[in-house]
Design a protein around this ligand. Sequence first.
Ligand SMILES: [Cu+2]
Length: 171
Amino acid sequence: MFARLTAAAVLLGVSLSSLASPGEHFAFGHPAKADQATRTLELTLGDMYFEPKSLTVKEGETVRFVLVNKGQLLHEFNLGDAAMHAAHQQEMLKMVASGMLTSTGMKHDGMAGMDHGDMAMKHDDPNSVLVEPGKTAELTWTFTKATDLEFACNIPGHYQAGMVGKIAIDH
Ligand SMILES: [Cu+2]
């Protein structure tokens, strides 16, 4: 009985942490509106690379990232530290295993009928955006604190194949 309750609590915790609200704040900053950005940076996402490979931003700066996928595969642009990326890779593995995430896109069929438990599988983290092949997506972020940040693609195997870059934050 105790084990079952603990398992339920763990599941609930996962579910809640995945239901990030748009106003959510992270240790290194928070999402912002595109028109609040003071700089636009364009990045190319390709099959297993980012170009450029590293970025420098200023502490307090709001950057609008324009993400152009020139590859044949679905890619992600995700802001976080190495531990956050490792955790997100586990979530994405589950999405692939469930058939919700394919190599070229996200399945939207059946999403409307999801019950609360399935909501944990939704890819809606405010620090992340998926970019389908040939498409462009945007993410605007305010960097509030200098940390060891990386931008990464956490689709299974991509980070390990080289889809990760460093973000240096100037004071
Ligand atoms: Cu990728």
